[in-house]
Design a protein around this ligand. Structure first.
Ligand SMILES: Cc1ncc(COP(=O)(O)O)c(C=O)c1O
Length: 435
């Protein structure tokens, strides 16, 4: 008789897991205060004290800089606009190359293209899924100007090696820390190690303001250019007497006072939210690590992984079924969460290796890799990053049964779901044979 739910057995659990909601009375009160003031944004796109935004935006930035130990924390309306700003502020231009990760949200690789530069994909490490230092070094050409690394899933990239490569070749380091607030590489918070770091405050992240982002840097010159790109920099050049206006023309990437008010309250909650995620993962890992064929994420030395997602490697030789079959069986045992009824909390792979998207395959932009000033020959063929392709298409899966708000019973159900499928995997082989 079938035991597994996918074959008609009784699932481990049918009632939804709790949803993840970090917004409480504190945020409501803070937003009401802003609404009552009638001042929903105080930015002015001119050289004036309001060029830096209103009191709540400035307070939020001050709090962020203190929490992260960076000289500057500059709010923006998304991590995406923050990445674009960083690329512009570093002076990147057509003909330049930036080494990027193929395993990230699309914006991480897109950012160089916005300023006409060319993203060059390096492969990732098999153990932490971040950019592989040897692969980075193999992609460096005389045109390379920067390395844009991603602390993917909340796991710090190999910063010692990456910073050493950058120093040797005189390259900028941009850290996409969208998924990694308060993650630490050894004793340093990520986003504050390279030249510039960018955080996301979108709705999916550890903490959020609906949409939003923060750029961190310790460099005065870079900060000046970031402020300008955020807010109509072309109007600032003359009155401020900016010596080098290259790439300082601006956009409107400004955060509102309401978002900043939410951000101030969310930031206070960040340390305990991170602590709870780590506690949940440690509890799950103590049992999941006993299942042969699953490999849990590797964290270097005394670094801190903050688990935006829990990424696990699946060994199909051990289970003798493929990853999709295994995950479908887990999905049948464990439901999703409140508010996410139609989207499973577990998925095979992450995003398709970015170079396989039509943008790169069809070279669908007028500049960047198609620009006359570009003298290189970047390769976006399938197979250029074999490790990421193997991870994405065969081995890696991610799940979100780690979020604060889950009880011990919830986590025990998750463990039971995994164990049940692993112990009865023969049932899946029989189904595969019959098919
Ligand atoms: C690694 C990474 N980079 C960039 C982004 C873009 O962030 P945002 O939605 O704030 O623009 C995301 C968001 O999912 C991300 O996870």
């Amino acid at each position: 008789m079938a035991k597994l739910a996918i074959n008609g057995g009784t699932p481990v659990r049918t009632n939804l897991f709790p949803g993840y909601n970090t917004i409480g009375e504190e945020e409501k009160k803070a937003v009401m205060k802003v609404l009552d003031s009638g001042n929903l944004s105080q930015f002015l796109g001119a050289w004036h004290k309001d060029f830096f935004g209103g009191p709540t935006v400035q307070q939020f930035e001050k709090d962020w800089a203190t929490a992260f130990g960076s000289k500057y924390a500059i709010s923006v309306n998304s991590n995406t606009s923050g990445l674009f700003t960083a690329i512009g502020a570093l002076g990147l231009k057509p003909g330049d190359e930036v080494i990027v990760s193929p395993y990230s949200m699309s914006a991480s690789a897109l950012a160089p293209i916005i300023y006409g530069a060319v993203p060059v994909f390096a492969d990732v490490n098999y153990d932490n899924f971040g950019l592989n230092p040897e692969s980075i070094e193999s992609k460096i050409t005389p045109r390379t100007k920067a390395i844009l690394i991603v602390h993917i899933f909340g796991n710090p990239a190999k910063m010692d090696e990456i910073m050493a490569i950058a120093k040797k070749h005189n390259l900028y380091v941009i850290e996409d820390a969208a998924q990694a607030p308060m993650a630490a590489y050894k004793d340093k918070l990520v986003g504050t190690i390279g030249d510039v770091g960018i955080f996301s405050l979108n709705y999916h992240k550890h903490i959020h303001t609906g949409e939003g982002g923060v750029i961190t840097t310790n460099n005065d010159d870079l900060a000046e250019r970031i402020y300008m790109i955020r807010n109509h920099g072309e109007n600032i050049v003359e009155p401020k007497g900016v010596k080098d206006p290259f790439n300082t023309f601006g956009y409107n990437y400004r955060m509102t006072e309401m978002e900043a008010a939410v951000g101030i309250e969310q930031l206070k909650k960040l340390p305990s939210l991170i602590e709870e995620r780590i506690k949940n993962v440690n509890y799950l890992s103590s049992e999941l690590s006993k299942i042969e064929g699953l490999t849990l994420p590797k964290i270097e030395g005394n670094s801190r992984h903050v688990y935006y997602l829990h990424a696990i490697k699946f060994n199909k030789e051990v289970f003798e079924v493929d990853r999709t079959t295994f995950l479908n069986a887990i999905k049948a045992e464990l439901p999703s969460s409140v508010g996410r009824e139609d989207t499973p909390l577990i998925a095979g792979g992450y995003v398709r290796p970015l170079y396989l998207a039509p943008l790169y395959q069809q070279r669908a932009t007028h500049c960047s890799f198609n620009c006359e000033k570009y003298k290189g020959s970047v390769d976006y063929s399938k197979g250029i990053c074999p490790v990421v392709e193997k991870l994405h298409y065969e081995e890696l899966f991610t799940h979100e049964y780690i979020k604060p708000g889950l009880s011990k019973q919830d986590l025990d159900d998750v463990i039971d779901g995994f164990k049940k499928v692993a112990e009865n995997v023969n049932e899946l082989k029989e189904v595969a044979l019959e098919a």
